[in-house]
Design a protein around this ligand. Structure first.
Ligand code: PMP
Length: 437
């Protein structure tokens, strides 16, 4: 057999013909990836890219990581799948590891296959434990694509279904750059957090099951809260009987320079959801909670693919790598270089309105003209910067309610050299679009 090697165009045309949504290509010209190693990927036409979006923050220890691949291969040859009705060693070991590593004093783990499922499970647990229905979520937050996930998500463009399956009430996000109250931290005295009490008293029965918080709102445009915000929100929710569900789907496993995003806040969650970076891209997610909350689930609870042994082996190897190679520290150190570079770009280009985030989870909000005080979201400029970066061999993400935030989140193994290269490409990209304006 001497089949012709497929090109980017071949892959893209098949994609367009057989998948829906049929135009779901991130770039004007699709980037069809054939292979990857570390922080680099290569497309079917042989062009290489620095991958600073890492499979939407999943590829935590780098593409084709040898330790993860070896663990996956070994597990594949031993046992592929039996479902959660039989205990397996990779699953039991992963549960033990997560319970020991999780923030706060959590004791029990449950496994499923996606972040959406994990968030659904967490909310159902909060409801079962408290006997209450209503849940506080955040505007600009993202919880997934299931019905409940969409209902919790505070971002209209991700709501396909019109029905709201959960009693989700959306609090203001701690979006300081576009403060919903027109105030500034710290003189605002965390007005957005204080408002959660008003939200509970005016829009709920006065009793809530809990609050779902991403320590940094990722899809919402890398919105990082000011100091004290999370503590205040959680205190209010607990006063009204609710629990704190911390969604670490993006921020977990070293991403922000600490093992968990919530480690920056001094608040202990009651339930934590995890996915994305847990297994370097293999599909597995987890919910970790206290024994009393776990015990509130009385119904049958089976996730057929939850805790698949191969995905668990990938997760065990990924987490061991993050811990043993101190990759959270690397995320902190490389994040500092990245952040300083992005701040310099902000000083140079007036279309950069805001740079924010923590560690290797940084966002660059693009506006019409920051220096002239015009913060109108500049979507076309954002798309232009994104395309220019791709042309020069750098992949980043996009997000935000207005789709005007570049999301920069390379694998945690990124080197200073790679960060410098990425910053150089961003500099050239912004220079190119500034000339055009
Ligand atoms: N929570 C957060 C914070 C997320 O970013 C995402 C995915 N972007 C989800 C939940 C849902 O995860 P999944 O796409 O795996 O269902």
């Amino acid at each position: 057999m001497n089949e012709k090697k497929p090109s980017v165009a071949d892959v893209a045309s098949k994609y367009k013909q057989y998948l829906f949504p049929s135009v779901a290509t991130y770039y004007a010209e699709p980037v069809a990836i054939e292979s990857g190693k570390g922080c680099q990927v290569r497309d079917f036409d042989g062009k290489t890219y620095l991958d600073f979006f890492g499979g939407i923050l999943t590829v935590s220890v780098g593409h084709a990581n040898e330790r993860v691949n070896a663990a996956v291969r070994a597990q594949m040859d031993r046992l592929g799948h039996v479902s959660t009705v039989y205990p397996t060693l990779p699953l039991a070991s992963l549960a033990e590891k997560l319970v020991k590593l999780a923030p706060g004093a959590l004791e029990k783990a449950f496994f499923c296959a996606s972040g959406s499922e994990a968030d659904e499970t967490a909310v159902a647990l909060a409801q079962a434990h408290t006997g209450r229905q209503e849940v506080i979520a955040l505007r600009h937050g993202y919880s997934g694509r299931t019905m409940l996930g969409q209902a919790l998500t505070g971002h209209s463009s991700y709501r396909q279904s019109t029905s709201q399956v959960a009693a989700a009430k959306h609090a203001h996000a701690p979006y300081c750059y576009r403060c919903p109250f027109g105030l500034a931290y710290p003189s605002c005295e965390l007005r957005c957090a204080q408002d959660v009490e008003e939200l509970i008293r005016t829009t709920t029965t006065g009793q809530v099951a809990g609050v779902v918080i991403e320590p940094i709102l990722g899809v919402g445009g890398v919105i990082a809260p000011p100091p004290g915000w999370m503590q205040l929100v959680v205190d209010i929710v607990r006063r009204y009987g609710g629990v704190f569900v911390c969604d670490e789907v993006q921020t977990g496993f070293g991403r922000t320079g600490t093992m968990w995003g919530v480690d920056h806040e001094g608040v202990e969650p009651d339930i934590v959801t995890m996915a994305k970076g847990i297994a370097n891209g293999y599909p597995i997610s987890a919910v970790v909670t206290t024994a009393p909350i776990a015990g509130a689930w009385r119904a049958g609870n089976i996730a057929t693919f939850g805790g698949n042994p191969i995905a668990c082996a990938a997760a065990n190897a990924t987490i061991d790598t993050i811990v043993e190679e101190r990759l959270a520290d690397n995320a902190g150190a490389m994040g500092k270089i990245l952040r300083e570079g992005l701040e310099s770009l902000k000083a140079k280009y007036t279309v950069i309105g805001d740079v924010r985030g923590r560690g290797l989870m940084q966002g660059v909000e693009i506006v019409r003209d920051e220096k002239a005080g015009d913060r109108t979201p500049a979507v076309e400029t954002t798309v232009a910067a994104f395309e220019e970066a791709r042309r020069r061999g750098l992949l980043v993400g996009r997000g935000g309610l207005y789709s005007n935030v570049l999301r920069i989140a390379p694998p945690l193994v990124v080197t200073a050299r790679e960060v410098d290269d990425a910053l150089g490409i961003l500099d050239e990209s912004f220079a190119a679009i500034s000339e055009r304006r």
